[in-house]
Design a protein around this ligand. Structure first.
Ligand code: DX5
Ligand code: ZN
Length: 227
């Protein structure tokens, strides 16, 4: 079944908690916290996302994953682990070398948190192959990191396809998550090429029925539609 992670990047602070409650009843699989440091990407939202993590950890039951769009990602691991993050995803492009990448993965695994590597649109999928045996998931960005509400970049589909084939040929079981511009149209391609988890922000936030919006992204719904 396709898993759905809901991006909180564009959720306004004044109605955040009510959104968390409402979106939780829409049977999502993850809260997806997009953490921007204002250096790796612009518009620093660090304090807001740390506050959201604390609130979710306090009042919600749904698992939380953290997408760090930051330089030196390890700096933020402890805080979000303390707030109960079950998956932490850092950018390959934010790490200076192979040693830092492996050290990040090791630290997360040692602390019982599922490690994920995110790659931006300009990064080739082959760059993550060496790390696949040690991580739980790959986040393939289908937009330029940093903002919600952007258009899906179709080239991401080729990456999903290549990663899925490589994992099959090498007997690697990994979660392929796609992030950015996901809606009831682009979800179909992303899923058919091999995505197992979809991140959606504005498509859900702007909908007038969260449950219906979440349901419309899942593969089973797409199959039903075909019948
Ligand atoms: C972009 C974030 C995405 C984005 C998704 O940097 O990583 O999670 O907020 O939002 P939509 O679905 O609106 O593209
Ligand atoms: Zn994200």
């Amino acid at each position: 079944m396709t898993e759905i992670a809901v991006s909180l990047l564009d959720v306004e602070e004044e109605n955040a908690v009510s959104y968390f409650y409402n979106i939780e009843t829409a049977k999502i699989d993850y809260f997806h916290l997009d953490v921007n440091d204002g250096k790796f990407v612009d518009n620093n939202n660090m304090e807001k996302m740390k506050d959201y993590a604390l609130k979710i950890n306090t009042v919600c039951m749904t698992p939380m994953e953290v997408h760090l769009m930051t330089e030196t990602p390890k700096e933020y691991f402890d805080y979000f682990m303390d707030q109960g993050a079950t998956r932490i995803i850092f950018h390959l492009e934010a790490c200076k070398d192979n040693e830092e990448i492996l050290s990040n993965i090791k630290y997360l695994n040692e602390n019982g948190v599922r490690a994920g590597i995110a790659i931006s649109p300009e990064t080739s999928i082959e760059r993550v192959y060496d790390y696949l045996p040690y991580i739980h998931m790959v986040l393939i960005m289908s937009v330029i990191p940093g903002r919600g509400g952007q258009k899906f970049i179709p080239e991401a589909l080729r990456k999903i396809d290549k990663l899925k084939k490589y994992c099959k040929d090498n007997n690697i079981d990994i979660d392929i998550e796609v992030d950015g511009g996901i809606n009831n149209v682009t979800c179909k391609d992303a899923t058919s090429y091999g995505a197992t988890t979809l991140v959606a922000g504005r498509y859900i936030l702007d909908s007038d029925n969260y449950s219906e919006a979440v349901r419309s992204l899942r593969e089973e719904y797409i199959e039903e539609e075909k019948e």
